[in-house]
Design a protein around this ligand. Structure first.
Ligand code: GDP
Ligand code: MG
Length: 440
């Protein structure tokens, strides 16, 4: 996928404003990336339409390629759509504050109930009571009781034969009497959404008057996510989402789908079976994961950060004057190392394709670069500024100093000459500003 995105972005060239064609091509790939991440089709459609509208005609920031511009717009829009970071569970209500957990069977309601309860007890010093309303599976109530025992959280004693809504009412009553701050109601799920489930949830809600209703969903939920979220929100009314199994391979497209159709915040994510595997939601991280191109985004940001504008101007002036000595080369190699080396840069940076071919043809890779930096480091200042003076005896000295041989030094000098020519050509056109700038 990254290759595909990379190649399409490489193709987006030209300056000024993003054209309709630029954007359409990129959007086709973005659309595919979203579908591969299991974002629901209708959400994908709405999303790409919105980004397309924003992107066409958007000014391209100087020194940034159109492809990068599209990546940034897509990423920004995804983060915005995924919503706020770290929205807490709201406990601002008269005690006992009731939290109702809803969702399909196996989504992680019981586990998450215990995780949240344990965290509230420990971190927030709240006294929590958990109650299982899952009367459909006998083992379910026992499962919650055991988790309560394990985490030191109180659970409502089970009374056989009681209906879910009655258990809910009893739990609230018990919490009042017991001086609990919070009641967590762990409801029963079904393998799929049906009317009896919705009716049961509505009835529990009526009796227990929950302050929060959290829909718990598996991050691997695919196209069903929309229907799931919409049904629960319309019929029961949810106040937030919890996404479980984010520790798995899924790209988490369900987060976007469910957030898009409900507009409700993703409050927490589950990242494992253990009781402490509960984390805040970070929209940027999830956006990266959904797009599967976090590397590009962070690389663009890193490049922008580490790129020294003043140095670049000096460099541009030197290049225009046809000057590119070994000091400049060392600067460039250092810059590249800072960005994670060739592997970190090539193939990901839009527009680097051509450069990469030229460079690998010249036998340039990370190991070579490290060796070359060592060679340049063993030269005198005068030698760096004027490599022509490097004759046999000097090369011998440098080879010894850098632990290389004459052949490696000759290779470096050849590469430098090639690059100097390349730079001169670019400088002559009035563009550029060092290898990185030229590549971007
Ligand atoms: P419920 O039917 O909705 O109550 O689901 P459970 O809480 O019983 O969870 C079903 C299974 O998923 C259990 O084996 C849990 O340990 C597991 N599980 C729940 N949350 C997570 C999570 O965030 N990551 C992983 N890997 N497993 C989880
Ligand atoms: Mg359960």
């Amino acid at each position: 996928l990254q290759d595909r995105l990379g190649s399409i972005l490489n193709n987006l060239t030209g300056r000024g404003a993003l054209s309709e064609k630029d954007v359409s091509e990129a959007m086709r790939e973005v659309r595919r990336a979203l579908l591969e991440a299991d974002v629901a089709l209708e959400v994908v459609r709405g999303f790409t339409d919105r980004v397309r509208e924003k992107a066409v005609g958007a000014e391209i920031v100087k020194s940034i390629k159109p492809g990068q511009m599209v990546v940034k717009l897509v990423h920004d829009e995804l983060v915005a759509l995924l919503g706020e970071e770290g929205v807490p569970i709201d406990l601002n209500a008269a005690a006992p504050v009731v939290i109702m957990m809803v969702g399909l069977q196996g989504s992680g309601k019981t586990t998450t109930s215990a995780k949240i309860a344990a965290r509230m007890e420990k971190r927030d010093r709240k006294k929590v009571l958990m109650a299982s309303l899952d009367t459909r599976r006998p083992a379910a109530q026992e499962q919650l009781r055991q988790l309560g025992e394990q985490t030191g959280v109180a659970t409502l004693p089970v009374i056989d034969g009681q209906q879910p809504a009655d258990i809910a009412a009893r739990a609230v009553q018990a919490a009042k009497l017991g001086g609990h701050d919070v009641v967590i109601l762990d409801t029963a799920g079904r393998t799929h959404i049906d009317e009896p489930l919705m009716a049961e949830m509505a009835e529990i809600k009526k009796r227990a008057n929950p302050h929060e209703i959290l829909l718990v969903a598996d991050a691997l939920t695919g196209q069903d996510a929309v229907n799931l979220a919409r049904s629960f929100d319309e019929r029961v009314g949810i106040s937030g989402l919890v996404l479980t199994r984010m520790d798995g391979d899924g790209r988490g497209g369900a987060a976007l789908s469910m957030r898009a159709v409900t507009g409700k915040p993703i409050k927490l994510i589950g990242t494992g079976e253990k009781m402490d595997a509960l984390e805040e939601f970070h929209p940027r991280r999830v956006a990266d994961r959904i797009l599967g191109m976090g590397d590009i985004v962070s690389l663009v940001e890193k490049a922008a950060e580490s790129f020294d504008a003043d140095k670049a101007q000096v460099m541009a002036a030197r290049m225009k004057a046809g000057k590119f000595d070994l000091n400049d080369l060392a600067d460039q190699l250092g810059q590249m190392q800072k960005l994670g080396g060739m592997g970190g840069i090539m193939g990901m940076m839009p527009g680097m394709g051509k450069m990469k071919d030229q460079m690998s043809a010249a036998g340039m890779d990370d190991k070579t670069f490290a060796r070359q930096l060592a060679i340049i480091g063993s030269m005198t200042k005068a030698e760096r500024a004027n490599p022509e003076v490097l004759k046999h005896s000097r090369k011998k000295r440098i080879a010894k100093g850098s632990g290389t041989d004459a052949a490696a030094i000759n290779k470096l000098l050849k590469m430098h000459r090639q690059m100097a020519d390349m730079m001169k050509a670019m400088g002559g056109k009035g563009k550029g500003g060092g290898m990185m700038r030229a590549a971007m």
